[in-house]
Design a protein around this ligand. Structure first.
Ligand code: SF4
Ligand code: SF4
Length: 167
């Protein structure tokens, strides 16, 4: 397993990534993490530790980081104000640029570009919205704007060009 001494510096280039250096490995983030309860391969404290130690390939090429649900609970409880969930985003961005982007995420990205929603509307979602006393109809933004942004930013290079779908 290779070690990249530059990985910590690479992450620390951003204001968000800099906060990784304040981690003292207390494990509070892991204690509250809902993803950790359901998968043995995911542990935010360990991911921060591995990042600090320079295990870049293990993180960027593996499945671990994709288990994070982006609930931000870790960020709220970290006593050192490490922006854990935001650092997960950074790691996911690095992984996806290296071609490590799970199919489900690609599909969600394509849905945003074609429907303006990451998960298509369905009778089940409409029923749930009614139970929650929300409007059954979900307003979707102008997807043509999304497409332009996706083209301009190279987003389709990551997720693949979507097939035409009916909204
Ligand atoms: S809660 Fe904060 S300081 Fe504690 S292990 Fe997690 S990131 Fe590090
Ligand atoms: S944002 Fe990710 S790492 Fe943080 S608590 Fe939620 S699932 Fe766990």
């Amino acid at each position: 397993m290779s070690i990249s001494s530059a990985f910590r510096k690479e992450l620390s280039k951003s204001e968000i990534g800099k906060t990784i250096n304040f981690c003292y490995q207390c494990g509070t983030c892991s204690g509250i993490c809902p993803a950790l309860r359901y998968t043995k391969i995911f542990n935010p404290r360990q991911i921060i530790e591995n990042s600090l130690l320079g295990f870049k390939d293990k993180i960027i090429e593996g499945d671990m980081i994709w288990q994070c649900t982006t609930c931000h609970s870790c960020l709220e409880v970290c006593p050192q104000a490490v922006l854990v969930s935001e650092i997960m985003f950074q790691l996911k961005n690095l992984a996806s640029k290296k071609g490590n982007l799970p199919e489900g995420f690609k599909l969600e990205g394509q849905n945003v570009a074609t429907l303006g929603l990451n998960i298509p509307n369905s009778p089940a979602i409409a029923r749930r919205r009614t139970q929650l006393k929300l409007s059954e109809n979900i307003t979707t933004p102008n997807v043509e704007d999304f497409k332009k942004i996706c083209e301009a930013t190279g987003f389709f290079d990551l997720v693949g060009k979507p097939e035409k779908k009916e909204g």
